[in-house]
Structure formats: C-alpha cells, structure tokens
Ligand binder design. Structure first.
Ligand SMILES: *Cc1c(COP(=O)(O)O)cnc(C)c1O
Length: 387
C-alpha cells in the first residue's frame, strides 16, 4: 500500500536515473523522456554544468534568510532584468507562488496609488495558474475549485478568443488582465501575436496592468527567451518558474518599475525563495538558455520536428486533428481521447503527457538532439499505423 495521498493519477512506472533526454528504470529500461518533469528539466537530466554548480555550491552555502543580502540572487535578478522587460524581480519556489505574487503585485500597485478598488484580475476561463486557493479561482475551472470552500474573490473570466466578452468584463475595478502567452495545461493554445498586441492596447487604454504567465511557455521553451517576445509586446508583470531551475524548484515574478512600485519592505516574502543554492543553479540555467545561438538551435530543431509531425498528420488525417504550439511546447491534438495513444507511446518507450482538448503534450528538453527527435517521430508514426 502507498502512504502517499491519492491526489495524483500516477502511471505505474518509476525511474532510477536520468541522462539528457532519457530516463532509465531500476532494471535499466530506457525511455525517451519528452515530458521532462512538465517543461521543468529544460536542459534534460543530469546536465554536467548543473551537476558542477550544485556540487560546488553545496560545499559553500545552501540557505540564508532574506533578512540578509544574497549576492547570488542579486546576480540572477540582474541577468533577468538586463535580458528582459523587467526592472525588478522577487524570487519564489514554484509557479503558483509566482502567479500569486503577480496578483499581489498588481493589487498592491493600485492600492499604493490610491485606487484600492482596482483589485480584480481578469483571466481566461479554464486557464492554468497553479493550485493555491487564489490560483485555482484565477483559473476558474470547476474541476480545480470544486470542494475547496468559499470562492476567492477578485477574479473575472472571459472565454479564450472571445474578444467581445473580454472588453465587456473590464470594469472600473479591474486591476489587471492575466493570461498565459501560450495555454499549457489548457491544451497548447497559442494566443496569436495580434491578440497579445490587442491585450496590451486594451490595458493601456484602461490604464490596467498586463500579466503574462510564462511559467510553462517561458525560459526558451518556444525558441525565444519569453514566448511573448515574438509579438514585441511588453508586459508589466511576468511570473516564471518551471524551466528556470532546470529541475531545481525556483519561481520568480518579474516586474517593470511601475508595477513594482507598491512592493515596499514587508509587503511580500518567502523563507526559501532566492536562496544561494537555487540562485546559483538558476544563473547557470539562464546563462546556457539565454544564449542566442542556443535559442536559434531550439528554433531550428523545432522547425524540423514540426515539419515532420505535420507530415505524419497528413498520412493519418483521421487520427491527428492538429499539430500546435511553438518551439518545444508542442500539442498533438487527436480527434478522440488521447489516453490510449499516450499509453501506446509509452509502451514504445516515448514518454509524453496529456493536456486539455484531447491534446498530447510533447516537451523535449531544449537541448534535445536531432537524432532523438527522429527517434520520437518513428515511435509516433508507428503508433499511428497501429492505432
Ligand atoms: C505549472 C504552471 C503553474 C504552476 O506551477 P507550479 O510550480 O506547479 O506551482 C502556473 N502557471 C502555469 C502557466 C503553469 O504551467
């Protein structure tokens, strides 16, 4: 019997070792891992540079309180700010803490300028921003909120793509619009560039803040450091997590100067957030992924992979409805429930994970080799041919 609570629907398999794009069971059976902890292990398993950083830092200093200066965090914050729209960073430990912090930052900003009534956040219905009480009510999903008591106030929703309702839902009490640049759990739904631009315009017109949740789609996942970069839109607040730690739990909220202006001493905090160990690891991940040629390589390999996936779709038009996403945030949408397909991929030693709308999520490490992509394509084709 298992003493772990039953809040996960786990597959009956476990792993003893990981290296690059592969996972190994205790018996040495090898799986191509295109889940990578759900876009977390951005550099695959056991990256030599991360092992080195962890080993070195483990002998020096793991954790000190945010009551003291933390130079390792100063450095990572500076790197993030120099590379992106951000002027300030608060470090957290996970995605949901980062989205919570984003909500707090937006509300506190309006409070600090004497408009405390502006405290409502407008989100996409059935999006995903994490599992804390505030985050589940931000997502507005019935499944996630059911049974968890009184509704956390201050969230409004519009339907993905419903521009009319979006505009109608903005009131004098709206503080911010918060959306994922690409909906991950929601089924790898890309918000088109012109819509992100439209959102920025709407926010400017209504003098409200734009929060782009890049927890899943950020940190090189799409071939740009942030998914929204392609649209040239500048958000006010951006929560990040997953990919920035390369497997170590790190979250952060990035802000421009205006949005950060309400965050004064004592307004927010985290015991673990931004400790030297996490910051050293995050810095190393950042240095590798933010490199232009690294990101170009993500784009190049992703183009090859998308092209080939679309060829497979053409050969099996009755199975695959759509190939969607960008970079290595990929959704294979089937006409029917995807559970069995995912199971068959796994039997053929390719690990993938589900998302909403019959989507199979494919999340290779960003440094995946072309030969590994080809191997995955062969498995996908094989499963299609016997489906
Ligand atoms: C995963 C995810 C979160 C929550 O991150 P956790 O680390 O699981 O708390 C928030 N937003 C998005 C878009 C995510 O994909």
């Amino acid at each position: 019997m298992s003493y772990l609570a039953k809040n996960y629907n786990r597959k009956k398999i476990s792993f003893a070792k990981g290296k690059g794009s592969y996972l190994y069971t205790a018996k040495g059976v090898k799986y191509l891992d295109f889940v990578q902890g759900i876009a977390v292990n951005s550099l695959g398993h056991s990256h030599p540079k991360l092992i080195k950083v962890i080993n070195n830092q483990s002998k020096k200093l793991w954790h000190v309180s945010n009551a003291f200066m933390i130079p390792e965090g100063e450095l990572l914050a500076k790197k993030l700010a120099k590379k992106t729209f951000a002027d300030y960073v608060i470090f957290q430990n996970s995605g949901t803490e980062a989205t919570e912090a984003a909500i707090k930052v937006a509300r506190k900003y309006f409070y600090s300028i004497g408009k405390p009534h502006k405290n409502r956040i407008l989100c996409i219905k059935n999006s995903f921003h994490g599992r804390t009480i505030a985050a589940i009510f931000a997502s507005g999903s019935k499944k996630m909120t059911e049974g968890f008591g009184p509704k956390a106030q201050g969230f409004d929703h519009f339907k993905f793509g419903d521009h009319k309702s979006l505009k109608k839902k903005i009131t004098k009490n709206t503080a911010a619009i918060m959306v994922e640049s690409i909906l991950g759990e929601g089924g790898i739904k890309v918000i088109p560039d012109w819509c992100l631009k439209g959102l920025r315009k709407i926010c400017n017109k209504n003098k409200i803040l734009l929060i782009l949740d890049e927890v899943q789609c950020g940190i090189g996942r799409t071939g740009d450091f942030f998914a929204f970069e392609k649209s040239r839109v500048k958000p006010d607040i951006v929560p990040i997590a997953k990919g920035i730690g390369g497997g170590f739990p790190i979250g952060a909220v990035l802000m421009n100067k205006k949005a950060a202006s309400g965050m004064v001493a004592g307004s927010h905090g985290s015991t673990f957030g931004g400790n030297p160990m996490a910051m050293k690891i995050g810095s190393q991940v950042f240095d590798i992924i933010s490199n232009k040629s690294f990101l170009n390589n993500v784009k190049k390999n992703s183009n090859f992979f998308f092209q080939q996936l679309n060829e497979i779709k053409k050969r099996y038009p009755k199975i695959i409805k759509e190939v969607r996403g960008r970079g290595f945030l990929i959704g294979l949408q089937l006409y029917k429930d995807q559970t069995n397909f995912i199971k068959k991929l796994m039997i053929n030693k390719l690990l993938t994970i589900r998302a909403a709308e019959n989507v199979i999520r494919i999340l290779p490490p960003l440094n995946v080799k072309k030969t590994e992509l080809s191997q995955a394509l062969k498995i996908i084709e094989k499963v299609c041919s016997t489906y």
